[in-house]
Ligand binder design. Structure first.
Ligand code: BG6
Length: 465
């Protein structure tokens, strides 16, 4: 079978500054929350590997861009590190950082690879965290200033921007499930963080339009976890799945695209005394500053059932106070990472965006398969034989193709990720790249079988299986 994609379809991969650059204390960069957390609690990080050991892209970006070209990329997403550009988050601009990002962007453009630049990918400058991080309006204002500076500096060459990457993740990690700094458990604070993040996104969009980036488009990257009820005929399961959808998906999708929150979500938050502090002008700000396009990161769905046991009122309220996760028998698993694989969800997302979000232009900004101990798949020539990744991408592309053929407005597919990279507390535990990175040999890159395969798909605009 042949699946063709339209001319100009974007093929590439996503990364983020903190995960690939390294040089955490070089080039005038300021400290961010990851540098700080690693300094005080290195044992939390897998094999005690911290952000200083990210994949050395700060040094090797030119060769890496060459590698992207070699495997057919016509686009590539990374982020600008806020603490590299403005070391204390809200003060002077670091000229070394300007020179680095300018050169990186120029290099991409010279190779005909369209840069898609994200502004926030989990890396709060530490000075900003000290005054409250996303809980603080002062930080929201500082982020908006950072965004404006980026548009002014790089907007002449970068035409696609994303305000945030996966805004739910710092909420979950930092305020609910303890895998990001500041690592607290407090749903009221989590809601405030989620809300302020959306305000910051709208403010950045307002700045973008003021700066008038010629032919520019601004979006947001949201990780969607479609929520499927255990039993679609059981009203309690359906209700529970709807709550999970409201909390994890629509809290970000709706304000970003429609400029408002779903009424049902507002009622739920109100009934549970979780309402955030707001400003009177927020409503108009959000309404007037919606995105031009959406990036969708998709890895796994959620399987949900109605709560089986009564909620213990002495325990802190959590999202799981409203539903139970359901361990569906027989689900397909990525056994190397422990995540469910459900390719059809990408089609469901495509149709949902077509029918409920004005058929907004969107692209798959991340999709990928993490594999622990991937060295076990090295062949005698030192090439990772990652047929499982080829199958993973193919199956997702098939469903995506179906969504597009039924009218969904999808313009690209990016894998997570270009080369194996440092992934927060998980460091290098799960490998995702088209290129293997050898930590024991000066970050040497070697193409994997999937990288060679992807080249064919990207260059021909066709998936053949
Ligand atoms: C994505 C994030 O959700 O998951 C990335 O955007 C992250 O930043 C990736 O690296 C993989 O996560 P993990 O925990 O499997 O390494």
């Amino acid at each position: 079978m042949k699946y063709s994609f339209e001319k100009g379809f974007l093929w590439g991969a996503a990364t983020s500054a903190t995960q690939i650059e390294g040089a955490a204390f070089e080039g005038g960069k300021g400290k961010n929350i990851w540098d700080h957390w690693y300094e005080i609690e290195p044992n939390r990080f897998y094999n005690q590997v911290g952000p200083t050991k990210a994949s050395n892209f700060y040094v090797t970006y030119k060769e890496d861009i060459q590698r992207m070209k070699e495997i057919g990329f016509n686009s590539y997403r990374t982020s600008i590190s806020w603490s590299r550009l403005i070391p204390d988050g809200n003060g002077a601009v670091n000229e070394e950082a300007v020179a680095f990002y300018q050169s990186l962007i120029d290099e991409l453009i010279n190779q005909n690879i369209e840069p898609i630049i994200g502004l926030y990918h989990f890396d709060m400058p530490f000075a900003m965290q000290e005054i409250g991080g996303w809980e603080s309006r002062e930080v929201v204002e500082a982020y908006s200033r950072f965004a404006r500076i980026c548009f002014e500096l790089f907007g002449d060459r970068v035409k696609k921007w994303a305000t945030h990457n996966e805004p739910i993740v710092p909420v979950e990690g930092g305020y609910l499930y303890q895998f990001h700094y500041p690592c607290v458990v407090d749903m009221k604070r989590a809601v405030q963080v989620a809300y302020n993040t959306m305000i910051s996104s709208a403010m950045a969009i307002r700045e973008f339009r003021k700066v008038k980036v010629e032919n520019g488009q601004i979006g947001i990257v949201i990780n969607l976890t479609p929520s499927y009820p255990r039993d679609a005929q059981n009203q309690d399961d359906v209700k529970a799945a709807n709550i999970a959808d409201l909390l994890f998906n629509r809290s970000f999708l709706d304000p970003s695209i429609k400029g408002t929150y779903p009424e049902e979500l507002i009622s739920l938050i109100k009934e549970n005394n979780l309402l955030p502090v707001t400003n009177p002008e927020d409503y108009t700000l959000m309404k007037e500053n919606t995105v031009d396009f959406l990036g969708v990161n998709y890895y796994s769905p959620r399987r949900i059932k109605a709560k089986e046991a009564a909620v213990d009122p002495s325990k802190p309220i959590m999202p799981e106070s409203f539903f139970d996760n359901y361990d569906m028998p027989g689900k397909k698993m990525n056994i190397y990472r422990g995540w469910e694989i459900y390719e059809k969800a990408l089609y469901d997302i495509a149709i949902n965006l077509r029918d409920n979000y004005g058929n907004i232009p969107w692209y798959v900004s991340e999709n990928g398969m993490g594999v622990q101990d991937e060295e076990r798949f090295l062949d005698e020539n030192g090439i990772v034989q990652d047929d499982y990744r080829i199958e993973f991408i193919s199956e997702h592309l098939k469903w995506l193709h179906k969504g597009i053929s039924e009218g969904s407005n999808c313009f690209g597919y990016h894998l997570w990720t270009f080369m194996d990279n440092w992934s927060w507390l998980n460091a290098y535990k799960n490998r995702y790249g088209f290129y293997r990175v050898d930590l024991n040999n000066h970050f040497e890159r070697t193409i994997k079988k999937s990288g060679l395969w992807f080249k064919q798909v990207a260059e021909s605009n066709e998936l053949v299986i």
